[in-house]
Design a protein around this ligand. Sequence first.
Ligand SMILES: [Zn+2]
Length: 469
Amino acid sequence: MKFLFLIVFIYLLPQCTGKPLIRDDCHQHTFEEIKREIAGYSDIAKAIINLAVNGNAQNRSYERLANFVDTIGPRLSGSKNLEMAIKYMFRVLQEDGLENVHLEPVKVPHWERGEESAMMLAPRNHSIAILGLGSSVATPPEGITAEVLVVTSFDELHKRSQDAKGKIVVYNQPFVSYEETVKYRLLGAVEAGKVGAVASLIRSIASFSINSPHTGWQWYQSDVPKIPTACISVEDAEMMARMSSRGTRIVVTLKMGAKTYTDIVSFNTVAEIVGSKYPEQVVVVSGHLDSWDVGQGAMDDGGGAFISWEALSLIKDLGLRPKRTLRLVLWTAEEPGGVGAEQYYQLHKGNISNFDIVMESDSGTFMPMGLAFTGSDKARAILKEIMQLLQPINVTNIYENGGETDTDYWVRNGVPGASLRDDISKYFWFHHTQGDTMTVQDPSQMNLCAAVWTVVSYVIADIEEMLPR
Ligand SMILES: [Zn+2]
């Protein structure tokens, strides 16, 4: 019976099924028509904004996030906390009445920092604040005691490679931008290992510091000796640079109890509002659920995950159901390098032509400024019209580079990608530190971010045609 119904249903389907990819025999909407169609969403956009900013849903994403991070705490890949976080989200997404709430298993890294410390012994005793970098090996139990070589760049390290043997290399590279400077965290141990150093300490990748080390993942190379590596504060890196420029000999003992275990099963957490007309076509809104093992992971990426959940909640509260499926994905194991998202891509890439746009918020949920977008010029022109619907809160800008770590797998293969742009002037004050807590988040800014995220994802999911590639 069901089958017969399906045949009749297919027969009755119009020739245009919303797909932009094969359309020779279909009427393609002109840009003017699309523009008019989008302008028709202005009342819905206002309703979403009202509900999120002034209405019953005001501060909801903030309160949900506070409850979550206060209950679970930090959520490192492979940790018990991350497992608890996923169970928590699975329960609350069901309680929220969302559809197809499910978990998709993936294998993720399991690294633990253990006990760690660093002590300067010469020229004076001083306790150095450190955080081991993700995937670092341990030191022997008694630690590594060695003289320090301070450098400001890889170039300087290579020039002074004769001096590096047997030393602890301290990098005191200036912060230019995260993208530019993060290579010292990622490759500092490898470069130091190549020239015979016994450990590396890396100035935190941070635009501001109150003696706070900022951790993060780092990469070894199979043909280079693996040396222990940790980040130190900007203050200690600069002090050691000053000491060494005066010709002062610096000796440090580094102790790290880090351990890498075998990969462990974790889950991407998924929930949907199933599309009314093209349910097989998907708009993804996302953030990552894992975090570092310090602070609360409220900013990175609790905020992004919870405004993404909020988008589905707001749409449901307004009794809306878009033509396409709106899919919430809470990625696991982003911090070790988009590990959960990569496996999600491998599992679902066969269906890539049905992915309309992939959206991820993973650069803070501070005061929103607009949307970063990667896609064709035609798609960008459509997005520009959609952003006009956000005039009431004055967040209408479009920027370049809409891919984030987790969505880039799709974006690199031609799926339009968008990420939230917000005021990140304080983002790298707190990034990957003990300071990434709920205190950094602001409920009214999260309301605005949620409104932007919801209007954009809903309209893209509901307009007649998919975004042109
Ligand atoms: Zn993140």
